[in-house]
Write a protein that binds this ligand. Structure first.
Ligand code: AMP
Length: 285
């Protein structure tokens, strides 16, 4: 089945309204395309849980910094539509930039406190762009449910806060990170890696595994865990560490001792390619 490819908000609204008349609930999966099995897992869950599945494919310029990979970000709409078809997606919404940001656009959404730490510290304005585009998509589609990946843990946390604070009537569904057989988290940016970098990129997953073993073994000092994670990453050939963090999963603030829901989060650059990964750990009080 081929999904209906839609380029305009007006056409999108027509299809969504028609589905509502039929009594269908709406599921939205926002993406930037270059789709992989991680995205497919979100679509599959949306397919199980909602009557009309909308996948947006939009490389959102407002979430890229001036020196980031906006221009070279992979764009492969035809292949993406095929993957969406295999997952029985109903609508692919792929608007041109002018449709989302017409001349004179001035309004942005910010989530204070959560947006300037971790990835936000090295990507100023990134989450402002993410929140703005996702709220626009929510208003355009008005889905009952929206599907996001735990792979982007900070993004998921910030969007949940935005939905709560602005009373957006959508249920946020956060899905587990899908990985390669060896553990590397799937990412559209993995295709930038050369063979050597691909091998060394496994270090992110291994570092998280190691930290989780230490915690399971009783280690409760966040400083010790953080330092070991950083040491492992620094020792990885070609890796330039952006951060290795041990934070409270709710506040995203650094912890002294581990307790409650803990987020272990990593960001590492291999050449020009920035990779992230994370693990959520429940530490008994
Ligand atoms: P992106 O196209 O990278 O902006 O991602 C679109 C959505 O897919 C986001 O909610 C991501 O968190 C999610 N996603 C990306 N990679 C994965 C993965 N490996 N596993 C699960 N979800 C993912």
């Amino acid at each position: 089945m081929t999904p209906t490819l839609v380029r305009t908000i007006a056409e999108l609204r027509r299809l969504v309204a028609a589905a509502r008349v039929r009594g269908a609930s709406i599921g939205l999966v926002p993406t930037m395309g270059a789709l992989h099995r991680g995205h497919a897992a979100l679509m599959r869950r949306a397919r199980e849980e909602t009557g009309l599945v909308v996948v947006s494919i939009f490389v959102n310029p407002t979430q890229f910094g001036p020196h980031e990979d906006l221009a070279r970000y992979p764009r492969m709409l035809e292949q993406d539509c095929e993957l969406c078809g295999r997952e029985r997606v109903d609508v692919v919404f792929a608007p041109p930039v002018e449709e989302m940001y017409p001349a004179g656009f001035r309004t942005f959404v910010e989530v204070e406190g959560l947006q300037n730490v971790l990835c936000g510290a090295s990507r100023p304005g990134h989450f402002r762009g993410v929140c703005t585009v996702v709220l626009k998509l929510f208003n355009q589609v008005q889905p009952e449910r929206a599907y996001f990946g735990q792979k982007d843990a900070q993004q998921a946390r910030i969007l949940q806060q935005m939905v709560r604070d602005l009373d957006v009537p959508v249920e946020m569904c956060i899905c587990p990170t899908v990985r390669e057989p060896d553990g590397l988290a799937l990412s559209s940016r993995n295709q930038y890696l050369d063979a050597g970098q691909r091998q060394h990129a496994l270090s992110l997953y291994q570092t998280l595994q190691h930290a989780q073993h230490q915690i399971a073994g009783g280690e409760r000092s966040a400083a010790v865990i953080r330092q070991r994670m950083e040491e492992r990453l620094v020792a990885t050939p070609g890796a330039v560490v952006d951060y290795a963090a041990v934070v409270d999963a709710d506040s995203l603030q650094p912890l002294a001792s581990l307790r409650g829901r803990v987020l272990l989060a990593l960001a590492v650059k291999f050449g020009a390619t920035r990779l992230i990964d994370n693990a959520l750990v429940d530490v008994p009080e």
